[in-house]
Design a protein around this ligand. Structure first.
Ligand code: BES
Ligand code: ZN
Ligand code: ZN
Length: 485
């Protein structure tokens, strides 16, 4: 369960408090004794990251802002400090905790709270014994005090709820979450947030001739699904929708080109793109962002089974193009290609796809950047880049030159699903470009979407990569719409 977030005007004397300090001074409102103050000031002058004062009936945590000329870095340091404090705060078992600030920048409370909430997450539903889990060991209530707009609190709540939902989906193993279960979960998320979800079943997918999704699903005993999520508020700023497509491979064994060594590790997270899309739709719908947004989620597992698709197969895709299967482990682009092709039905202003697509992206950027490329106007990339710095989900843009497209030519079909080892992250994007004439941005989260260890509040396994980024992108897209049209 997530901590509840609310707002207050007053701090009562017995409440434990976290105070973010913009200056090396201690505000009177914290009601510290003279000796406590002296102790704290000494620590502050020593530039300690945080100071804890354990009074008889409460704790006071003082958090120094690390000034930096770069505002983004200052904000990120505060989120990271929240992560560093999480264990201590949990161990003190506060039923509620006030978060306030003194002479800090506007937004500091929200930034710290965001870092803290995202750090408190744990995937503990399968822990049956209380002592094994850290169940309930965090404040059930976080109470914010200070100059905070109600709309900012609402955004923080909606966004962090979405990250929790996405993480739960990513962390759920495939024996509990196959494609059909995923579609049911997405339906629930739609109901909670107020967007519609239509689930196309296997029959419909076959009728639509989604050859990529059908091929990848052939080795599976479970049927595929294709989810269509739609948020269409009455008043919206865009005539043509934005389409988000998320890779929903609920487990990637590689198929007949099976993954060897430990390459199958955490492949339950190969639907992180799908979880992100569902989470973004949740945030924009819950927050009432006036942007007509469609989410497309093709989902299946990728397994070697009796009738599994094979290397050398030629398949006909939803857009009628033929694809030579050079490797059954390059399955993500096959299911996404059908989704991107299906997006044409909406004449979208822009298509953004997000996927744990290539090991090459992970090798290039590690967990520090989302690989981004495409043919969309640069104003979209600029906004995405700016949002990336703001929420610290940074993007790194790669070239998208047509020469890269030549690497995936096929001798016997229109195109091949692999291009060889060179520029693997780019050829995957070029492959997808073939399936639409509408502007495309492709985001590869293979490096950021599933982590072996915590990267601060971007917690290990499924951190929910790209969710805060794309939600913020849509919010700013709405706010800047005059500039965009
Ligand atoms: N799901 C993987 C990509 C991946 C790798 C995600 C590591 C997260 C961590 C994808 O389906 C895949 O297997 N890609 C292959 C493509 C290759 C066969 C062209 C890869 O990157 O090795
Ligand atoms: Zn694969
Ligand atoms: Zn995959």
């Amino acid at each position: 369960m997530k901590s509840e977030i609310s707002k207050t005007d007053q701090i009562s004397p017995d409440q434990s408090v976290i105070c973010i300090l913009g200056k090396d001074e201690i505000p009177e409102s914290l009601r510290l004794s003279k000796t406590e103050k002296e102790y704290a000031l000494k620590r502050i002058t020593a530039k300690e990251e945080y100071i804890i004062i354990n009074s008889y009936y409460k704790h006071t945590y003082l958090v120094r802002i690390k000034e930096d000329l770069n505002v983004h870095k200052t904000r990120e340091e505060l989120r990271k400090t929240a992560f560093n404090l999480r264990k201590l705060i949990k161990s003190n078992n506060h039923p509620e905790l006030v978060i306030t600030s003194a002479k800090a920048y506007k937004g500091a409370i929200e930034d710290f709270t965001e870092g803290l909430i995202l750090s408190f997450y744990s995937f503990d539903k399968y822990k049956t014994r209380e002592e094994n889990g850290d169940k309930k060991k965090y404040p059930s209530k976080l109470i914010l005090q200070g100059d905070i707009d109600d709309s900012d609190i609402k955004w923080l709540i909606d966004l962090s709820d979405a990250v929790y939902l996405a993480r739960d989906l990513i962390n759920e193993p495939v024996n509990h979450l196959n494609a059909t279960v995923l579609s049911h979960e997405i339906k629930k998320i739609g109901q909670a947030a107020g967007f519609t979800v239509e689930v196309l079943n296997k029959g419909k997918i076959e009728a639509l001739k989604m050859g990529g999704l059908i091929a990848v699903n052939k080795g599976s005993v479970d049927p595929p699904v294709f989810c269509v999520l739609e948020w269409h508020p009455e008043k919206c700023i865009n005539k043509k929708p934005l389409v988000l497509a998320g890779k929903g491979i609920v487990y990637d064994t590689g198929g007949l080109n099976i993954k060897t060594g430990d390459h199958m590790d955490n492949m339950k997270a190969d639907m992180a793109g799908a979880a992100t899309v569902a989470g973004v739709l949740y945030t924009v719908a819950k927050s009432g962002i006036p942007v007509h947004t469609i989410g497309l989620i093709p989902a299946t597992d990728n397994r070697p089974g009796g009738n599994a698709y094979a290397q050398g197969d030629i398949i006909t895709m939803h857009n009628k193009m033929t694809v030579e299967v050079g490797n059954t482990d390059a399955e993500g682009r096959l299911i996404l290609a059908d989704a991107i092709s299906y997006a044409s039905n909406y004449s979208p202003e822009l298509i953004i796809d997000i996927a744990t697509l290539t090991g090459s992206a992970a090798m290039t950027f590690g967990n520090q950047a989302i690989a981004v490329m495409g043919n969309a106007d640069k104003k979209y990339f600029e906004l995405l880049e700016e949002c990336g710095y703001e929420v610290h989900e940074r993007i790194a843009q790669l070239p998208f030159w047509e020469e890269y497209g030549e690497l995936i030519k096929s001798d016997i079909a229109d195109i091949k699903n692999v291009g060889g080892r060179e520029a693997g992250v780019i050829t995957a994007g070029k492959f997808l470009e073939n399936f639409t004439k509408f502007p495309l941005i492709h985001m590869d989260i293979a490096g950021t979407g599933s982590l072996k260890k915590d990267d601060y509040y971007r917690l290990k396994d499924g951190p929910g990569s790209g969710l805060r980024l794309l939600s913020t992108f849509l919010k700013k897209f709405a706010a800047n719409h005059t500039k965009f049209n």
